[in-house]
Design a protein around this ligand. Sequence first.
Ligand SMILES: [Zn+2]
Ligand SMILES: [Zn+2]
Length: 129
Amino acid sequence: MSDANRMRMTKQRQIILEELKKVTSHPTADEVYQMVRRRMPKISLGTVYRNLEILAGLGHIQKLSVGGTQKRFDGDISLHSHIRCRDCGRVADLNLKLESHIETEAARFTDFVVLGHHLEFIGICPECQ
Ligand SMILES: [Zn+2]
Ligand SMILES: [Zn+2]
């Protein structure tokens, strides 16, 4: 890969990261693509997908393993839970304080080394109520 290519990739990834950090809507890759395209009209959906996966792999963003049909991404990597709307699929943050010790609690009941957990709440959002 040429230096120019590598530079462009880094720049694209940086913009994707910046755009994702601006929102708390937990966008899908398609939604991130729409956001990023305003700044980089030539970027492709495939590039956005690839960079989101890389950013998640590097721990710069979270890929949400929630029950929706499409993967969603979160620029907030702090420990927090999510609540998903049963009807429209929207995902919102839910800052529960039990989060930090739930893993310590879990470790008491297993021989596994507990690395993390996924906790998702299901509800009906204000718009769908
Ligand atoms: Zn809803
Ligand atoms: Zn979140």
